[in-house]
Design a protein around this ligand. Structure first.
Ligand code: C2O
Ligand code: CU
Length: 570
């Protein structure tokens, strides 16, 4: 009796202190100079990146999003937020809602249940590549104690930027033959980068000239001003379209403490790999010579780089802000040292006291990732299906049982085990599809993602896979083909990290586990924007008879539009 009373009081005080944070946002293109070269950038309220949402755990976020683009639909996805009880607010076009039409306003409303470093981004076409993104930071609830100790914090949102306009990129990817977008022109730190110049030109043996920023330029890097002998929390998130990144701070160690909104067992590193869709917090102690400044470098790994390292400066307030560091910036580790990359991933364990995974799974998918050709068009396929989302969002089709909304036959739950992942596909042809994987409520699901060779040559690419609506446990990574009945023995069931994004390494597999405790329809896809655009995703649905009310405004397209009109007339 007494215990229950305490629980009730705790719940009541919690709700009483929770805040509703309400925002009016307008999205439109603006001319901008992210890397000192002008281009069209998607802005939120005239800002790029969009405004940072700063909340505390338990808060309700309300965003009235107005589409001021003249010819494109719009949605925003809240990456890392589970959307418990609000699956319609997940912001995945074609999956959880219809794109918002030009001139219209749509209201997102959801709660942020736990502290963490997250971000938001466009999730329609390639609008994330167009610059539609910003940070979403959730702190511990008022009156709760943050378990990390630090004196100040910084927020670095990392992205990549192309000079080719997005419509042209999209056209190239869906052309026959496909025209690849190539490597980014610049890496951006908080939306600011350097094209064809370097902040370290005085050292480099390249021919890059020194950058000449003026105070107030849109491309001028933000310096991080720190005091000596303090500890700072640096929040990192990557919303790159393509690039896998590595960040280092000259002369300083980083202690990794958070990954994708979950505390991890702290470990010290000289540099950190960060892939698209991931977020981290690292602690940095300012224990170096306080009369100097230091480079913060962000370079490309995982693909042969053709993009200059992004740089900014850690400025000790005891040194003049204009003083350049006295030695060259950290060198980004070799791009193709995949052993190093895997070793980094394998250092990440959940923090003590984190929930551990159920010991057994009830359902399992083994998802083969291949690059294919359909009538000469290059696609990515999962178990031989390249995803094309339907005109009617899945969430509406399942909620109102609209049989024609999508193909009700489940896509394959595995692939032919005689498939040779080490070579190009012998039959590169494949099909498009829009079927989904449906799971019962509250069961444990394992997903094994399996990499393979691409269409041509001896190449297998990195794919950061991101799941909406859930955190999953990353149970393990392996080389070659996953061997059912054998490789499960290598799983870490003791302290696997809880994440929402996991890396699939070349020619390897990655094993994930989650519990279907969140009624809704959830996207699971490669976070590389052009890969998703070319079909690299699947859709999970769970607890379908427990999906609550969906605002009609989310479903004003496709078959749901007609359905709602008829229903509301009667
Ligand atoms: Cu950040 Cu579906 O993605
Ligand atoms: Cu990919």
């Amino acid at each position: 009796m007494g215990v229950w009373w305490i629980v009730v009081v705790a719940v009541l005080t919690h709700t009483a202190s929770a805040t509703v944070r309400e925002y009016d946002w307008e999205v439109e293109y603006k001319f901008w100079q992210p890397d000192c070269i002008e281009g069209a950038v998607m802005t939120v309220n005239g800002q790029f990146p969009g405004p940072t949402i700063q909340a505390v755990a338990g808060d309700t976020i309300v965003v009235h999003l107005t589409n001021k683009l003249t010819t494109e639909g719009l949605v925003i996805h809240w990456h890392g937020i589970r959307q418990l009880g609000s699956p319609w607010a997940d912001g995945a076009a074609g999956v959880t809602q219809c794109a918002i039409n030009p001139g219209e306003t749509f209201t997102y409303k959801f709660t942020v249940e736990k502290p963490g470093t997250h971000f938001y981004h466009g999730h329609y076409g390639m609008q994330r590549s167009a610059g539609l993104y910003g940070s979403l930071i959730v702190d511990v609830a008022k009156g709760q104690r943050e378990r990390l100790r630090y004196d100040g914090e910084f927020n670095l949102l990392l992205s990549d930027w192309w000079h080719e306009p997005i419509p042209s990129q999209e056209l190239g990817l869906s052309s026959k033959p496909m025209r690849w977008i190539g490597e980014a022109q610049s890496i951006l730190i908080n939306g600011r980068g350097q094209f064809n110049c370097s902040l370290a030109a005085q050292f480099s043996n390249t021919s890059l000239p020194m950058c000449t920023f003026k105070e107030g330029d849109q491309c001028a890097p933000q310096k991080l001003n720190v005091e000596p002998n303090k500890t700072y929390r640096i929040r990192l998130a990557s919303t790159t379209a393509l690039a896998s990144l590595n960040l280092a701070v000259q002369g300083h160690k980083l202690v990794v403490v958070e990954a994708d909104g979950n505390y991890v067992t702290p470990f010290t590193t000289d540099d950190i790999d960060i892939y698209s869709g991931e977020s981290y917090s690292v602690l940095l102690t300012t224990d170096q010579d306080p009369s100097q400044n230091y480079y913060i470098s962000v370079g490309v790994r995982g693909r042969k780089p053709n993009t200059t390292q992004a740089l900014t400066i850690l400025n000790y307030v005891t040194a003049p802000a204009s003083k350049l560091p006295s030695s060259p910036p950290p060198v980004t580790p070799r791009w193709d040292d995949f052993e190093r990359s895997k070793n980094f991933s394998k250092k990440i364990f959940s923090a003590m006291g984190s929930p551990s995974p159920p010991k057994k799974y009830r359902k399992r998918l083994i998802l083969l990732n291949t690059q294919n050709l359909i009538d000469g068009y290059t696609k990515w396929a999962i178990n031989n299906v390249s995803l094309v989302t339907p005109a009617t969002p899945y969430l509406g089709s399942v909620k109102y049982n609209l049989k024609l909304g999508f193909n009700r036959k489940s896509p394959p739950r595995s692939y032919r085990m005689d498939y040779d992942i080490m070579n190009p596909p012998p039959f590169p042809n494949t099909t498009t599809g829009n079927g989904i994987y449906v799971f019962p409520f509250n069961v444990t699901v394992d997903v094994i993602i399996q990499n393979a060779n691409v269409l041509k040559g001896v190449v297998s690419e990195i794919h950061p896979w991101h799941l909406h609506g859930h955190d999953f446990w990353v149970l393990g990574y392996g080389d070659g083909k996953f061997k059912p009945g054998i490789d499960e023995k290598t799983y870490n069931l003791k302290n696997p990290p809880l994440r929402n994004t996991a890396i699939l390494y070349p020619y390897g597999w990655t094993a994930l586990r989650f519990v279907t405790d969140n009624p809704g329809v959830w996207f699971f896809h490669c976070h590389i924007e052009p890969h998703l655009h070319m079909g690299m995703g699947v859709v999970f649905a769970e607890g379908l008879n427990r999906i609550g009310k969906i605002p009609d405004e989310a479903l004003g397209c496709g078959l749901t539009k007609q359905f709602l009109m008829n229903r509301n007339r009667n």
